[in-house]
Design a protein around this ligand. Structure first.
Ligand code: 13P
Ligand code: SF4
Length: 328
């Protein structure tokens, strides 16, 4: 295994061709993709890719999925290097689960504005103001916030996690929409944080209805980060990978997909023969699009940029993440 402490230029394989990110305008996509696959083999690296990533990045993935699936893949990998094509909190979760691996985030500026809406000190203060409430943090949080939490959850399992928490009151951080959705499905008091995803918050009922008017008979699949009024008109409310299952199981031939528009690509790939439409408007997460093929190649060549989590924070955050994963 490559020692994470030795992740310097000295570690670079001489067999990996050097390439500056600027070069992607000179090389065609397929040539870069080929070099990525070669470099990943030489580094014994696994490439984990979120469903919202650019299509060409999804095409070089060893695994594409939602936050829960990606965390499970990271936990189970025997690769030396994890290349995380997603946003910062996802790579941090991989670090929490795999402290002895090198975790690369090909673009360090790829963050999540919703995760930035909850600071660890504010969560600790809220816990003091609500003694007796269990703190459940959505995976879209920093490692420091997870370290202040009793449980972690994702959009795929928030209901199961909150139902499993001991006690009858939960402080749910940071997504108020996922908190409200979850609260409606459990027999507990859920105190929401006032955070939200700017991309999903901008999806409106009118936009969904406009798309439905153009495609009558389509079913609506929505991500639980959408506002409650959008969720109320959805036929299916699912995590990103859950959307694939919903489309496969449904008899409907067409769907309006109320989430970030990158999700259309994995749906079209996994569910051939069915048609997927976005709601009206543009719903793009700019952070998710920061990662490009050439940045992935650069990361594999240099073993940078790396995401790390301080040991003390990691140990506490791991408890919350493992409690979630142990629920199955
Ligand atoms: P999923 O875990 O459902 O993929 O969602 C992650 C996310 O950031 C949605 O905006
Ligand atoms: Fe964060 Fe929203 Fe982007 Fe998901 S879509 S990474 S929640 S900003």
């Amino acid at each position: 295994m490559i020692n994470p402490c030795e992740g310097t230029m000295a570690n670079r394989s001489t067999e990996v061709d050097e390439l500056d990110p600027i070069d992607d305008i000179l090389l065609d996509e397929e040539a870069i993709a080929e070099q990525v696959r070669k470099a990943a083999g030489e580094r014994n690296a696994v490439i984990l890719v979120h469903n919202y990533q650019r299509p060409e990045v999804q095409d070089i993935a060893d695994y594409t999925g939602d936050s829960l699936g990606l965390a499970r893949k990271a936990a189970g990998t025997d690769a030396d290097v994890i290349v995380f094509c997603g946003v910062h909190f996802m790579a941090e979760t991989a670090c929490i689960l795999c402290p002895d691996r090198i975790v690369l985030l090909p673009e360090m500026r790829a963050g999540c504005p919703m995760a930035d809406m909850a600071a660890a000190a504010d969560v600790a203060a809220a816990r003091e103001r609500n003694p007796g409430a269990a703190v459940v943090s959505y995976v879209n949080t920093s490692a420091a916030v997870k370290a202040e939490s009793d449980y972690c959850c994702t959009s795929a399992n928030s209901v199961e996690v909150v139902a499993a928490v001991e006690g009858d009151t939960v402080l749910f951080v940071p997504d108020r929409n996922l908190a409200a959705y979850t609260a409606g499905r459990v027999d507990k008091r859920v105190i929401p944080w006032d955070g939200f995803c700017p991309v999903h918050e901008e999806i409106t009922v009118e936009q969904v209805m406009d798309a439905l008017a153009e495609h009558p008979g389509a079913e609506v699949i929505a991500h639980p980060e959408c506002r409650p009024d959008v969720l109320a008109i959805a036929d299916h409310v699912r995590s990103t990978s859950g959307m694939v299952d919903a489309a496969l199981l449904s008899d409907a031939p067409e769907f309006i997909v109320a989430t970030e528009e990158g999700m259309l690509y994995p749906l079209e790939r996994a569910v051939p023969g069915k048609v997927f439409h976005p709601p009206a408007g543009e719903h793009v997460c700019p952070d998710m699009k920061l990662i490009t093929l050439s940045k992935v190649l650069w990361a594999l060549q240099t073993l940078e940029p790396r995401v790390t989590v301080p040991a003390e924070i990691r140990a506490r955050a791991l408890l919350a993440v493992e409690r979630m994963l142990s629920l199955g």
